[in-house]
Write a protein that binds this ligand. Structure first.
Ligand SMILES: NC(=O)c1ccc[n+]([C@@H]2O[C@H](COP(=O)([O-])OP(=O)(O)OC[C@H]3O[C@@H](n4cnc5c(N)ncnc54)[C@H](O)[C@@H]3O)[C@@H](O)[C@H]2O)c1
Length: 287
């Protein structure tokens, strides 16, 4: 674990002065799953810039350690906590590591996820299990482990990664297990919000197309399948967006930090869509 006094003036604090932190989360402890890269990493760093101590989880140990070191570089307490969120024994060990570091998690971001571009009739049982286990079951296991402490301390913010696909008429063909898992996450969000009220809020954010390794991989899979250049597929996706370009991980991190902030204290059971206008200009480009 890297220790630092919350709010201390260090190198990271000086960098933050250039771009002011949008919210004050000093004194809070955050845990972000799948934070080794992409949206999770951007979220861990933004929450740290806002003053929170951050537990950095990822399946990939080295990635969790790298991002935890970046959080420490911002002058915040950080803990690298590699674990597979889809496995109960692994989540139990993660809970044990966080408790042993005397960190009480106030802000839980269930971000870990995977996606594969494949028609239902070609999906294996393993495709189904991996999507549902990592995203739906992982979110359930993490809430079950960390929400009791939040309820006992009478404060908690849980933000789950939904998706714009988990809204009526937005599920996208060739992503069957992914869409099913994201609908499950949104349903679980609504139920947890009711059961954990009034001190703990539970919301989801629903990104559209964020330029991350996950998305690059999807574009490549679709390009291979359709016999197209990946740049052509990427441009087809870009053309669908009302706002003209893909979201960046920071755009999603900003919405997550907002839902963790005092400004959002009356928001629960919501699914905040951050999709650059998807699906309004959807032109049926998938084949
Ligand atoms: N990129 C998008 O366009 C987009 C759109 C909608 C929703 N999302 C959701 O946002 C979240 C993050 O997406 P991203 O684009 O940053 O993905 P990414 O693939 O770049 O990062 C996902 C991270 O999760 C980690 N991970 C995977 N399985 C894990 C497990 N079992 N335990 C712990 N960590 C695990 C990976 O190692 C990786 O570091 C996902 O839930 C994804 O479904 C992304």
């Amino acid at each position: 674990m890297h220790n630092a006094t919350l709010g201390s003036v260090e190198t990271g604090e000086t960098r933050q002065q250039a771009v002011p932190a949008p919210f004050d989360l000093r004194g809070r402890v955050a845990l972000v799953t799948g934070a080794g890269r992409g949206i999770g990493r951007a979220t861990a760093l933004l929450l740290a810039r806002c003053g929170a101590a951050v537990v950095v989880n990822d399946l990939v140990e080295g990635a969790a350690e790298r991002v935890a070191a970046e959080v420490a570089g911002l002058g915040r307490t950080s803990l690298a906590a590699p674990a597979d969120v889809s496995r109960p024994e692994s989540v139990e060990a993660l809970y044990g590591a966080v408790s042993a570091a005397h960190l009480d998690v106030d802000l839980l971001v269930n971000n870990a996820g995977i996606s594969a571009y494949r028609p239902i009739l070609e999906c294996t049982e393993d495709d189904w299990d991996r999507h549902v286990d990592i995203m739906a079951k992982g979110t359930f296991l993490m809430i079950r482990a960390f929400a009791p402490g939040m309820v006992a301390r009478r404060f908690g913010r849980i933000v789950n990664l939904g998706s714009y696909v988990a809204q009526g008429n937005c599920a996208t063909k060739n992503f069957g297990p992914y869409c099913a898992a994201k609908y499950a996450v949104v349903g679980l969000t609504e139920v947890a919000a009711q059961e954990l009220a009034p001190y703990v809020t539970v919301n989801a954010v629903g990104p559209g197309d964020v330029a991350t390794e996950m998305m690059e991989h999807e574009w490549q899979q679709e390009a291979d399948r359709r016999g197209l250049d990946v740049a052509t597929v990427r441009e087809e996706y870009r053309q669908r967006l009302l706002l003209g370009d893909f979201q960046r991980p920071d755009d999603i991190a900003g919405a997550i930090a907002f839902l963790c902030s005092p400004l959002a204290s009356q928001i629960t059971a919501s699914h905040l869509i951050i999709s650059g206008g998807l699906p309004y200009r959807f032109a049926g480009t998938h084949s």
